[in-house]
Design a protein around this ligand. Sequence first.
Ligand code: IFM
Length: 420
Amino acid sequence: MSQIKLKFPENFLWGAATSAYQVEGGNKNNWSEWEKANAKRLTSETKKKWQKWQQEKFPEMFEEKNYISGRACDHYNRYEEDFDIAKQLGHNAHRFSIEWSRIEPEEGKFDEKEIEHYRKVLKALRARKIEPFVTLWHWTNPLWLKNGELNKKFPKYFSRYVKFVIEKLGDLNNFWITLNEPTSVIFSSYIQGAWPPQKRNPFKALCVYKNLAAAHNLTYSEIHRIAPQAKVGFSNIMIYIEPTHKWHLLEKLIVKISDYFSNRKFLKMTNGNNDFLAIQYYFHKKISFFGMNAEKNKNVSDLDWDISPEGIYPLLKSLKKYNLPIYITENGLADKEDKLRSAFIKEHLKWIHRAIAEKVDVRGYFYWSLLDNFEWDKGFWPRFGLVEINYETLERKIRPSAWEYKKIIEANGIIDESKS
Ligand code: IFM
């Protein structure tokens, strides 16, 4: 008989996450226009961007259509089928996002039909006894919003859209995530210059910090005014950063600065306006005097990202002082063959459990992602899903790791197979 080794708290939320643009299909926003203008360039850069083993494993990265989101997973029409799968897999929570450009396709004009669509989506989750977590901004902007998050009026426009959404959907949902990973946009769009609007400018990066924090703070109050019972937060991608040499003062200084800008600054700017902390964990970086990532683990995902489950533990411990409930709203990897996913989930959960045992109030875990989906500027080839998507037929196929995850959910803990 199996023996449970590590029990999670009662009523722990277990699920997976998606975002509108990455799964719905048929979106028209700043990203869809950018991808059309950039698909050719992205295709031509493939050879220098990815390693030989990745190019051989994913020949689709050489095709222009890989970089066009198009109908994606057609989740917009197939959400019932996808929620049936989530239910079958034992999930009791699900995170998804509402697409601003659908709700407000023209400035100040709100589309009742689209709100009705998301009402149906929420009802479909509730009918399956799956607790929704709704993200209000997962990086995409309506086309009329010139300069997107850089626009000085972003907080005002965003809170007007949020007000409309909460008035219409507030009765069906409790957990609201205002903004997804602000620092990913700040870094990838304004420091690296890889994502739209590809403006490489540290001054602009600081303006976006300011705009997004103001947007969060404003909507925090707005949501509570309309729906006092609501729980509001933003999702914070956290990177575990450490020095390669513990004695190296310069490395330690770089760690402190990077940790501040990546993990803490936004939290500080919104302090007092969060009912919970939503943490997304993918990366562990080692700083060396000669640059980031001097040492790499042997274990890497299809994207060549390090797999370092232990890094989530110190991050969680560092959040204890906030005294707020914590949800892991994303954690996952690209693993087409599903060789690493099951162990990946289990290992992360072991470290999360350790933090819980030391009184860190973690209340839920959402694997990224329920479905394979459109991974932004990389397109379709990275496969993050518990469920595989055949993009030709749109057939859904549950991966073996999803069943392993289900066992964890059913046991509300990790089963020690060695004692079976
Ligand atoms: O796909 C993304 C998601 O949109 C935000 N968090 C990280 C994921 C994997 O890169």
